[in-house]
Design a protein around this ligand. Structure first.
Ligand SMILES: Cc1cc2nc3c(=O)[nH]c(=O)nc-3n(C[C@H](O)[C@H](O)[C@H](O)COP(=O)(O)OP(=O)(O)OC[C@H]3O[C@@H](n4cnc5c(N)ncnc54)[C@H](O)[C@@H]3O)c2cc1C
Length: 442
């Protein structure tokens, strides 16, 4: 009786009838008592060694079954680089709001290894492979995904689609090799969703010189870009035209936006254009109206759906790993039913997004419908990715708002993806118009 703690007995007494329990114990045989003691001294079931299965986020084996060996190889090259080189430094750059310039040349080398000697040519001509690259980069670091999305996906692709032979000769190679970096400026401080009709930046031609006046907002990479594609309205015919404006051009002022809560490593900007003079040879001759820009935006939206896919996969992986390691009530939280329900919802979202983007890739060859198909993919994939981010962030408890487990960064970045390349509402209206034949924009 020396070991009996009176406080413990008192607490026990408040929960059960101790006298009755002791009377009952008295009636037990020696063998039953020994059995009972042995059962009580066994470690609880959950405390036994537990090895979590490797996360399987290709649950339906879409990628395993549908991708060629070459496409699998591209994924492996990008994934290896992102995990080994980028993941260890991604949180730090994000927190400081700085572009990881040390990664730019290694990234160029990785893309050469993944896509071959002319990586940007393949990027422009092989949408499924481009989609895989656009998935694997943001799976680890969405900020770096946006860096490439603006540099190649918007700037280089504009030159590829609309540039003159001389412009391609001058810019394509250096942009492809990351010797020069590109930016792309459509959105304005007062015009985002209504950019198609609302652009206020003007282009005025006198002889062979154009003068650009106005302002642009957001344009990724523009603080350090060597060339920025500026979209402006020609005062003569009212049509939108594209111009290549080089860093340091007089009247071209760039200021970094501060205080962002998402994609913090991406350098977004405010641009002022005050009497910027560019020669006619800097105008993109393949653009005749906003319709041309819209075609390019359709492909870019498809890219955002791939990005959402990568982010959802990354969120699921980090969350599942955390749940198998975090012990509460003496067991990994992954063993609780409510936690499993949340993990299964996350996985369901991941599989649905994967099916969406791979299905979309199957019909890239129909340019008439890429626009509305990309918009539907953007709406659905980003909605489901954002929901996945919210569930994952919740499952990490307080640690869900700390960068160290990566979920917080992806959770915050989801908010930028939700709004760019056309907000959710704009893409809904594009699909709504396609399926009803009625435009509800105005
Ligand atoms: C991280 C980041 C990077 C970006 N990078 C670039 C870049 O490199 N280059 C570039 O040009 N732009 C870039 N953007 C800008 C981006 O494309 C715009 O933010 C986007 O198009 C939305 O425009 P807005 O922010 O002006 O919102 P607004 O157009 O002001 O919209 C505000 C809200 O109103 C809603 N809304 C507007 N009109 C309607 C309507 N008719 N019916 C229903 N709802 C409506 C919108 O859906 C939205 O919810 C970037 C943005 C972000 C956040």
């Amino acid at each position: 009786m020396n070991n009996l703690d009176p406080n413990l007995l008192e607490r026990l007494g408040s929960k059960l009838d101790v006298e009755r329990l002791l009377r009952h114990l008295d009636t037990l045989s020696e063998a039953d008592l020994a059995n009972l003691v042995q059962r009580q001294s066994r470690p609880p079931r959950e405390a036994r060694p537990y090895t979590a299965p490797a996360p399987d986020n290709d649950f339906y084996e879409f990628f395993d079954r549908q991708l060629s060996e070459e496409q699998q190889r591209v994924r492996r090259v990008v994934r290896h680089f992102m995990l080994e080189t980028v993941q260890p430094v991604a949180n730090d750059y994000w927190e400081r709001g700085e572009m990881p310039f040390e990664l730019v040349q290694p990234m160029a080398a990785m893309l050469r290894e993944a896509l071959g000697d002319r990586p940007a040519e393949r990027y422009c001509s092989d949408p499924l492979t481009t989609g895989l690259v656009s998935l694997e980069i943001p799976r680890v670091d969405p900020s770096l995904g946006t860096f490439l999305g603006v540099h190649w996906g918007l700037c280089l692709v504009s030159i590829h689609l609309f540039g003159s032979a001389e412009q391609k000769e001058r810019w394509f190679g250096p942009l492809e090799r990351f010797e020069k970096i590109g930016s792309w400026a459509l959105t304005e401080p007062e015009h985002g969703s209504d950019a198609a009709a609302g652009l206020e930046t003007t282009a005025r031609r006198e002889g062979d010189t154009w003068t650009l006046d106005g302002a642009k907002k957001w344009s990724g990479n523009a603080t350090f870009a060597d060339v920025t594609v500026i979209w402006a309205k020609d005062v003569a015919d009212g049509q939108v035209k594209g111009f290549l404006v080089e860093k340091g051009t007089p009247g071209f002022h760039v200021e970094k936006l501060h205080g962002k809560i998402a994609k913090r490593a991406v350098q977004n900007v405010m641009i002022q254009l005050r009497g910027v003079k560019v020669p006619e040879t800097s105008r993109l001759p393949g653009v005749n109206s906003f319709q041309d820009v819209a075609t390019q935006l359709g492909a870019a939206r498809a890219g955002v759906s791939w990005e959402a896919c990568g982010m959802a996969m990354g969120l699921y992986e980090h969350t599942l790993q955390y749940c198998t390691e975090r012990i509460q009530f003496g067991r990994p939280i992954a063993g609780f039913q409510l936690v499993q329900e949340s993990l299964v919802r996350m996985l369901g979202n991941v599989v649905a997004i994967q099916g969406f983007v791979l299905g979309m890739a199957d019909c890239y060859d129909d340019p008439r419908r890429i626009h509305e198909r990309a918009s539907l993919a953007k709406v659905y994939c980003v909605d489901k990715m954002r929901e996945t981010a919210q569930i994952g962030r919740g499952l990490l408890g307080g640690n869900g708002i700390l960068l160290e487990h990566h979920v917080a960064r992806l959770f915050a970045d989801a908010e930028a993806v939700y709004s760019y390349e056309g907000s959710r509402e704009m893409n809904v209206l594009i699909v709504g118009r396609a399926i009803t034949g009625l435009s509800a924009f105005l």
